[in-house]
Design a binder for this molecule. Structure first.
Ligand SMILES: [Zn+2]
Length: 595
């Protein structure tokens, strides 16, 4: 049973029932302008979930308030086919790849990109995770070729993505080439277009993609969160700058207008938060970075489809001209497809805003799995099975990445313990700190594909938790610098919004923080192995290369000296899982939080 309750978002004047749209006709219907229908089907934050995601990542609250199993490539395909009509353009809002399960990651996400092509995807905005392996690797994913280190996958030479990647706010720091942008605009020789580009900077990716549907051109503008440099490993994007999304969208919008494209859609990898448990068709998004973009980009842009925050919502916001504009997101991991139906006036070539109707459609698993995609996924599972199914340890109960009130999670603590163990000898590490956002999934006692319910953890499951292939590093910090790192848990980040990211500490490091104390003096009572830390002592601190590079705005890490690089984070984790079996969930008593 597909969830067809269609609690649709009907923008001014439109009433929708059962998939049919009735617009109120003007008194003189004979003079009504001719319009053509367009349907957009949108996905975001798929993160390579070819297999049905497990645990909370594989559940979704539907329009009736029921929590249902959702996601999985073969189910995405079945739903997509059912929703696709002859007016359909499939699009995406980034993070299709990166931070992916082993079945995709082991082959540099070629399987996931190929799957997206099979779905019929036409345009995708880049997300921050498309840069996880660096800009050069993203270009290979776009254009084809074998991996420079790992060679060709078992499927042979990579042919490249069959859809367009767009990113209007990704520019070269130092101009090198400007071919992409012009090519995306159909190789326009217009002096105005050239001047507009020259004034703007040199795009590192095509800023826009134009698709013609029913005789009218639709322009898609790609955007990625401008915070990308603080959440992606710096080395791979060192030649790039990520500029303000609104400014970039407005330049791209102007370019589209110059070439006669007035039906404009922003695909943006930035989004807002919602109330837990709400219907995927509700709004109530707390206005944040996504809302800023949705309300501020040029009124010529008709729709804002978003991503990044892994939330499902359908909002109606006002554009700067006061007109209603759709602002949506479709959850994550292939659990939701956003369907947007609209009509384009063939005379003005613009979207009739009143015709825009959207529905967030939950990708249930109660439909038949698509046989072609099932076989495709199985082929890759078979290829990766010898690696994925290798048992690496046992656990006595679920070990979750759910934060305790102090901000620690049992799994975060376990990972930190493994990181310290892996860096003590070569790097002389004394403590370890792990970024909470990098603990990508929980370990479930009962989920082992090898022997259900025996607590066995496989390499594939461990990889799902630690999928980034980050390097473990150790730097020397003074006690004062370490305190600054911990103070930076409470501030910094995107647009200087206050936010909290509690680093997961190894068991031998304890401290207290006060929620109410002023920023800069929240942290006290730091101890290593029970011994108080002084401001001037030096401490060897282990963390992954993302954090050591100042990731998540932990800039104090970059003041570290005597950098040592060690094993991969996944290897440190796998070694930890092999110790002291079965492993019980670590207590979350390393940090004391007081009000
Ligand atoms: Zn993202």
């Amino acid at each position: 049973m597909t969830s067809r309750s269609f609690l649709r978002l009907a923008l001014a004047g439109a009433v929708a029932t059962g998939g049919v749209l009735f617009t109120t006709l003007p008194a003189d219907a004979g003079k009504a302008p001719k319009t053509v229908p367009v349907r957009l089907l949108a996905l975001n934050d798929f993160h390579g979930n070819l297999e049905p995601p497990t645990g909370s990542s594989g559940r979704m609250v539907d329009e009736n308030g029921n929590t249902v199993d959702a996601g999985g490539a073969a189910y995405v395909a079945t739903h997509m086919k059912g929703m696709t009509d002859r007016n359909t353009i499939a699009v995406a809002q980034g993070d299709l790849i990166g931070a992916t399960p082993l079945v995709s990651a082991a082959y540099h996400d070629e399987p996931s990109v190929e799957f997206m092509g099979k779905l019929g995807l036409k345009v995708a905005a880049v997300g921050n995770h498309e840069f996880d392996e660096g800009y050069t690797e993203l270009r290979r994913i776009m254009n084809g070729g074998c991996h420079p280190v790992d060679g060709c996958s078992p499927a042979g030479k990579w042919k490249g993505a069959t859809f367009d990647y767009v990113g209007a706010n990704v520019l070269f720091k130092n101009p090198r080439e400007r071919t992409d942008a012009l090519a995306a605009l159909g190789g326009s020789n217009s002096a105005k277009v050239k001047q507009a580009l020259a004034d703007w900077g040199v795009p590192a990716l095509p800023p826009v993609s134009i698709k013609v549907m029913n005789g009218v051109p639709i322009g898609f503008i790609g955007l990625v969160t401008q915070t990308t440099p603080s959440i992606v490993t710096s080395e791979g994007i060192k030649d790039l700058k990520f500029v303000d999304e609104v400014k970039a969208a407005n330049v791209a919008s102007k370019l589209l207008k110059l070439v006669g494209v007035k039906a404009q859609v922003v695909l943006v990898h930035e989004g807002d938060q919602v109330t837990a448990g709400q219907s995927p068709d509700a709004c109530s998004a707390v206005p944040g970075a996504g809302n800023r973009i949705a309300t501020q980009v040029d009124p010529e842009v008709d729709l804002i489809l978003s991503g990044h925050s892994h939330q499902a919502y359908l909002c109606k916001v006002k554009d700067p001209a006061g007109k209603d504009r759709l602002f949506s997101q479709g959850g994550s991991f292939g659990r939701v497809i956003t369907q947007v139906d609209l009509r384009v006036n063939t005379k003005t070539r613009d979207v009739e805003r009143a015709s825009v109707v959207a529905d967030n459609h939950v990708v249930t698993r109660t439909v038949p799995a698509d046989p072609e995609i099932s076989a495709f996924v199985q082929t890759w599972k078979d290829r990766v099975a010898p690696v994925a199914n290798r048992p690496v340890g046992t656990i006595s109960a679920d070990i979750t990445n759910t934060a305790a009130p102090s901000g620690e999670s049992p799994l975060g603590n376990l990972i930190a313990d493994g990181q310290l163990a892996a860096t003590r000898t070569g790097g002389n590490a004394q403590i370890a700190l792990m970024n909470p956002g990098g603990v990508r999934a929980s370990l479930a006692y009962a989920s082992s594909p090898v022997n259900e319910g025996d607590g066995v953890v496989t390499y594939g499951e461990a990889f799902t938790v630690q999928p980034f292939n980050n390097l473990m590093q150790v730097v020397t910090l003074t006690g004062a610098q370490l305190k600054t790192v911990l103070e930076q848990q409470f501030t910094g980040g995107p647009n200087n919004q206050a936010f909290t990211k509690i680093l997961q500490p190894s068991a031998n490091f304890t401290y207290t923080y006060s929620r109410s104390a002023a920023w800069g003096s929240k942290v006290s009572d730091m101890k290593i192995d029970g011994v108080p830390v002084t401001d001037t002592q030096t401490i060897r601190v282990a963390a992954n290369n993302f954090l050591v590079g100042g990731g998540d705005a932990f800039l104090a890490f970059t003041e570290g000296t005597e950098l040592w690089s060690g094993p991969l984070d996944i290897d440190a984790f796998v070694d930890q899982l092999g110790r002291d079996n079965p492993i019980a969930p670590p207590a979350t008593n390393r940090i004391t939080a007081v009000d």
